[in-house]
Write a protein that binds this ligand. Structure first.
Ligand code: NAP
Length: 480
């Protein structure tokens, strides 16, 4: 295997004695920040980043909206990390099938799991499996050209109404993509299949539905301002939903983001036109509605035709001090032909990994994974990012998260908690095993071929890049 020989040559030509073999699983922000911090903190560390996709950067490539190019600039920093001579990227390597966690831990002194949250929370209500109901993650992966969802074909043509469940920033992203003029998306790196579908979309009306009120809306001000600023958009927010209790006033006093979001919603409500003009796209913020069941279409068997909601009121607080949406027993139906559930992501465990199912995270203290009885650290195994703390925060949150995890690793090294380096083969061991299993490893220079090809294809269309959206196309380019 050519990569293997090249890697070994590179290793032995290096003057640095490398004694600490580190594997980071996942090449999103949490993975790259961890690698960067590890390389800085330990001159003797050799860091390999593996990812199940042939492309690096995780959520920056597959999650960040195409009309947010400024957020993607961080990939320049991550690329510098990947080009560090003590760092390697190996894509198309799946933890759990290409290699097990047990095997990784035999090969490396330190394994840091940073593979994020690749699944969705579920509502667990009737009709969730109907056609036309998608998770926001699937929709986001579709418009971002993720190779697992390029064939999604959400039906944007048989209906004029979409319901988005949840009012976090992901909900705002998907609503904005549905409502924004496609001409504005045409100059972004949106997948071409998604742009084509959005150009012929008949969706004019989007309901953003929250189970709580405008004071509790989970989005942030910048993202809210952006959706409210969509050209020629009719915005509807009921004035009665904006009446606040003294408890909510207190909540806003203590939380600047909540107050700013509430002020923006209030302003949008008071400055809105009384009715939409003909053909105008509409955005309806609907508060205090808890999804009860999905309604099936009478004409199209197996297809969603709407949702039944239960009206809610705020009552009591949960363990984290958040006000709870309690059902009132009153119901209301809302018709639609497309539903995007944007109620949060969740992580998936792998074999031999302790997992807290209700939280969807790996039990840990400051990034040290706890043993299966959650009692003490399982030294050598660490976690970072959404898998560690749950699906919250912006990209930079992972920087602090990585700092904490790397500090724990450093402390464990100092205290002699990690196994001797001499018995860990590291990179050679990984590549030998992958070669035996005939895994087509994608290196960072292979990724650079994909990157160049996508940029070339994009330049022909006035886009920053035209993403390759199938496994076949992505892997084929790397062999050229
Ligand atoms: P999120 O911010 O946690 O929002 C989840 C939403 O789903 C909330 O409105 C929540 O309502 C609702 N929800 C949860 N369970 C529900 C249920 N059973 N029934 C009805 N509604 C339910 O999650 P997200 O939007 O997926 O975003 C994930 C993270 O990525 C966030 O930290 C976000 O800020 C970040 N992000 C940032 C950007 C950006 O900076 N531009 C873009 C995208 C994502 P409750 O509040 O009532 O639970």
């Amino acid at each position: 295997m050519a990569i293997f020989r090249a890697m070994i040559a590179r290793k032995f030509s290096s003057a640095t004695v490398r004694s600490l073999r580190v594997c980071v699983v996942g090449s999103g922000p949490a993975g790259f920040y961890t690698a960067e911090k590890m390389l800085k903190a330990h001159e003797g560390a050799e860091v390999d980043i593996i990812d199940r996709l042939p492309t690096p950067f995780g959520l920056v490539r597959s999650g960040v909206a195409p009309d947010h190019p400024e957020t993607k600039i961080v990939t320049n920093q991550f690329s510098r990390v990947a080009r560090n001579e003590r760092c390697s990227f190996f894509g198309n390597v799946t933890l759990g099938s290409s290699i097990s966690l047990y095997e990784l831990r035999q090969i490396y002194n330190v394994v840091v799991l940073a593979y994020g949250a690749e699944s969705d929370r579920v509502l667990g209500i009737p009709g969730e499996e109907l056609n036309g109901v998608h998770s926001a993650r699937e929709f986001v992966w579709w418009y971002n050209g993720h190779p697992d969802f390029s064939k999604l074909t959400p039906d944007l043509k048989s209906t004029d109404t979409a319901i988005v469940l949840g009012q976090g920033n992901v909900a705002l992203d998907v609503a904005r993509i549905l409502l924004k003029p496609p001409t504005e998306l045409a100059v972004t790196d949106i997948a071409s299949h998604a742009l084509a579908a959005l150009k012929t979309s008949s969706i004019r009306k989007v309901y953003l539905v929250g189970r709580r009120g405008p004071v509790q809306a989970a989005c942030t001000a910048k993202e809210l301002r952006e959706i409210l600023a969509i050209k020629d958009l009719y915005v509807n927010i009921k004035e009665t939903d904006l009446l606040t209790t003294s408890e909510e006033e207190e909540e806003m006093k203590n939380n600047r983001i909540r107050r700013r979001v509430f002020e923006l919603l209030s302003k949008a409500s008071s400055s809105a036109a009384p009715h939409p003009s003909s053909g105008q796209r509409e955005l309806h913020f609907t508060f205090f509605r808890k999804p009860d069941k999905f309604l099936e279409s009478d004409d199209r068997s197996g297809h969603v035709a709407g949702l039944q909601f239960e009206k809610t009121t705020l009552q009591g607080r949960d363990g984290s001090g958040n006000q709870i949406a309690a059902g009132t027993g009153q119901h209301e139906d809302l018709k639609c032909g497309l539903v995007l559930k944007s109620i949060g992501y969740t992580s998936i465990p792998v074999e031999d990994l302790p997992f807290n199912f209700p939280k969807g995270t790996v039990p840990n203290t400051e990034g040290r994974v706890l043993s299966s009885d959650f009692a003490k650290p399982d030294y050598g195994l660490y976690v970072c990012g959404w898998l560690k703390r749950g699906p919250t925060g912006i990209i930079a949150t992972n920087l602090y998260d990585a700092e904490e995890t790397v500090a724990s690793i450093s402390e464990d090294l100092e205290k002699g908690k990690l196994t001797s380096a001499s018995i860990k083969p590291g990179r050679e061991g990984l590549l030998q095993l992958l070669e035996r299993r005939k895994v087509q490893v994608v290196t960072f220079s292979d990724w650079e071929k994909i990157d160049s090809e996508e940029k070339r294809l994009g330049s022909l269309k006035g886009k920053p890049r035209e993403k390759l959206t199938t496994w076949k196309d992505l892997l084929e380019v790397t062999t050229k």
